[in-house]
Design a protein around this ligand. Structure first.
Ligand code: NAD
Length: 493
């Protein structure tokens, strides 16, 4: 058995500082995508459990909000230290429950260590501004007033995470919520509950008081809707698909609640005809095949200029063929499975659709006929037409789709022709063309001569249009998780 899984074979819920079985006593197995075998059973929380978690958080709102920043920072630094000490167990849990190659899982854990430490640091920056009151004629008497703002915690934060970064993305939400003085109720993806349960143990052991952090595991629809709609919930921070993000925004909007949404993308990587192939090809390999393409900022569309397209596609196909596919826990694995059999079957359908529309398969494209686990081979598709489903819908798999273009304006038009706008990458030595693209691509971040998946946990990260609303990056999320309050002081005699 993998270390870190619940010894009883069944997980529980953390509500108000105590571990509880789900009220309905129902559980569901979590399947290891590398083997197709169950790991352990995760609780199926009910709407009643979700309500109890929000109420426990609401009860802790006052005390956690009034806990001094330096004390909140101390707890967060302790969480960081505990995660660092538990690196190998957490990495193996991630690899087992979501099929992330172990080397990548370790990187995810290292980033989470940094996220709690950064959140602790950012508490010192969570200040307001002061204003020169005497610069305003009205209201009268401003000569003897001082004006400044403070940031108050917003209240109960609901943190909903996706399956693909079960530790780091949930941690972004938990760390910023707690650092800003808010109680948090977290709900991990049902495909990845055990990493979150292990994290919850560290939060408790580090001294997060009862109720300030709660964790419920259960079905998105009943549990998720209850968490979002509860009147005590003040902010929902969500990472996941655009479809679900919009559903949450609609429900949160009815209660006038704030949302931070990190949603889907179809990130373009634009390769111009003067691009250095020795840099662009490895970046495409990382961007497309890293964690089997199950990354929001994966390079889902490779827009390659005609003059270099043949060389680029051949070089990429060669690299894709050489990738080592295998179980996530094997040290040498470069590409693991996709999350489940449904995802693998869908990828095959998307490849069929592209070839029916005259795309060419250079490598891969067909699921293995036998063997355990939900694997899909690294695939390279060339001459993919714009209307192919694989470049219209998020594939979320190890599929490189090369779209050839002639002029810079064509690249801009194709890149912007989806409802999404998460990140983009441009490879060229020509600064003038690079900046023109950086200016005209409608995305939340552009990386010139770096991969689409580049991210700094401390810096603003997010998408525009249907890719996102608000920004993460500790300081930015913490600002969204606070309310600005104006304080005026009249010191007239
Ligand atoms: P998903 O939308 O299927 O699920 C995300 C979370 O929402 C899960 O915890 C799920 O249980 C929960 N959920 C389901 N129904 C709900 C409801 N009614 N109310 C509240 N919560 C509910 O996404 P996924 O398959 O886990 O993750 C993949 C998606 O996430 C992709 O679209 C990817 O692009 C996106 N993603 C975005 C970012 C980003 O930063 N923009 C990062 C990672 C992943």
């Amino acid at each position: 058995m993998i270390e870190g899984l619940p010894p009883s074979g069944r997980g529980s819920l953390l509500i108000g500082g105590a571990w509880h079985p789900p009220t309905g006593h129902r559980y569901a197995p979590v399947i290891d995508p590398s083997t197709g075998k169950p790991l352990a059973e995760a609780p199926l929380a009910t709407a009643e459990d979700a309500r109890a978690a929000i109420e426990a958080a609401a009860a802790a709102e006052e005390s956690w909000g009034r806990t001094p920043g330096h004390a909140r920072g101390r707890v967060l630094r302790e969480v960081s230290a505990r995660i660092r000490a538990d690196r190998e167990v957490l990495s193996r849990l991630i690899a087992s429950e979501v099929g992330k190659p172990i080397a990548d899982a370790r990187i995810e854990v290292d980033r989470a260590v940094g996220v709690y430490a950064l959140a602790a640091e950012e508490i010192r920056q969570l200040g307001g501004e002061s204003y020169p009151a005497d610069a305003y004629e009205l209201p009268a008497g401003n000569e003897t007033r001082m004006l400044f703002t403070v940031r108050d915690p917003i209240g109960v934060v609901v943190a909903i995470g996706p399956f693909n970064f079960p530790l780091n993305l949930l941690s972004h939400k938990i760390a910023s919520g707690l650092a800003a003085g808010n109680p948090v109720v977290a709900k991990p993806s049902s495909s990845a509950p055990f990493t979150a349960l292990r994290l919850a143990e560290h939060l408790v052991a580090a001294g997060v008081p009862p109720g300030a952090f709660n964790l419920v595991v259960g079905p998105g629809r009943s549990v998720g809707d209850t968490l979002v709609e509860h009147p005590a919930t003040r902010l929902v921070t969500f990472t996941g698909s655009t479809e679900m993000g919009k559903h949450i925004a609609e429900r949160a909007g009815r209660g006038a609640k704030r949302v931070i949404l990190e949603m889907g993308g179809l990130d373009p990587m634009v390769v111009l005809d003067d691009a250095p192939l020795d840099r662009a090809v490895p970046a495409a390999v990382r961007g497309v095949f890293g964690y089997s393409g199950q990354v929001c900022t994966a390079s889902k569309r490779l827009l390659v200029q005609e003059g270099i397209a043949e060389k680029f596609s051949q070089a990429l196909a060669e690299r894709a063929r050489a990738l080592k596919v295998g179980p996530a826990l094997e040290e040498t694995t470069e590409v693991g499975p996709v999350i489940d059999g449904t995802a693998a079957a869908r990828l095959e359908t998307l490849v069929h659709d592209a070839t029916r529309r005259a795309a060419t398969v250079l490598v891969g494209g067909v699921r293995p006929a036998e063997g355990a686990g939900s694997f899909f081979p690294p695939t390279v598709l060339d001459k993919v037409p714009e209307e192919a489903r694989v470049v219209q819908e998020e594939p979320f798999g190890p599929v490189a789709s090369i779209l050839r273009f002639a002029k810079l304006d064509d690249a801009i038009r194709i890149a912007n022709a989806t409802p999404y706008g998460l990140q983009a990458a441009v490879y060229t030595r020509d600064l003038a063309r690079a900046f023109r693209l950086a200016q005209r691509l409608r995305v939340g971040g552009v990386h010139l001569n770096d991969p689409t998946s580049l991210r700094w946990d401390a810096l603003p990260f997010g998408g525009v249009r249907e890719s996102g609303l608000g920004r993460e990056g500790l300081r930015y999320a913490m600002q969204e998780m606070t309310e600005v309050k104006l304080v005026s002081v009249n010191y007239a005699d």
